[in-house]
Design a protein around this ligand. Structure first.
Ligand SMILES: [Zn+2]
Length: 114
C-alpha cells in the first residue's frame, strides 16, 4: 500500500513543474506508471483526490497510463510479460531477465491555466 506516497510525489513534482511552466491552476495531470510498481490506478486516483486540496490543487484531476511490464530473457533473448514478481522465461525456463519496459514513473503532461 504505497499509493499514498506515490500520490504525494506526483503532487509535489507536478506543482514544481507547473510553477516552472507558469501554470497557475493545474487542471489535469497525466502520469505514466510501469506495472512493476504494482500501483492500483483507482486507489491512486482516490488518494490523489483526497490529498490534492491540502496542496492547493483542488481543480486537478489525475490520469494514469499503465505501462505493461516487458522482459527480455538473458538466456534465449525471448521477450515476455511476466505475471509473477519472479521473472521466469516461458520459452526456455530460465530465471531472470532484463526489463525493457514497465519501470516508468514520470509525469507525461500537466494541463492548466496560466
Ligand atoms: Zn528464455
Amino acid at each position: 500500500m504505497h499509493e499514498g506516497s506515490f500520490a504525494r510525489a506526483i503532487i509535489l513534482t507536478a506543482s514544481k513543474e507547473a510553477e516552472k511552466a507558469g501554470i497557475k491552476e493545474i487542471k489535469r495531470i497525466k502520469v505514466a506508471i510501469g506495472e512493476i510498481h504494482a500501483v492500483v490506478d483507482e486507489f491512486l486516483i482516490t488518494v490523489f483526490d483526497m490529498m490534492k486540496g491540502e496542496y492547493g490543487l483542488e481543480k486537478a484531476s489525475l490520469e494514469v497510463e499503465k505501462i505493461p511490464l516487458k522482459v527480455r530473457c538473458t538466456s534465449c533473448g525471448g521477450i515476455y510479460s511476466p505475471e509473477e514478481p519472479i521473472f521466469l522465461c516461458p520459452y526456455c525456463g530460465a530465471m531472470g531477465g532484463e526489463v525493457l519496459q514497465g519501470e516508468e514513473l514520470h509525469i507525461i503532461s500537466i494541463e492548466g491555466e496560466k
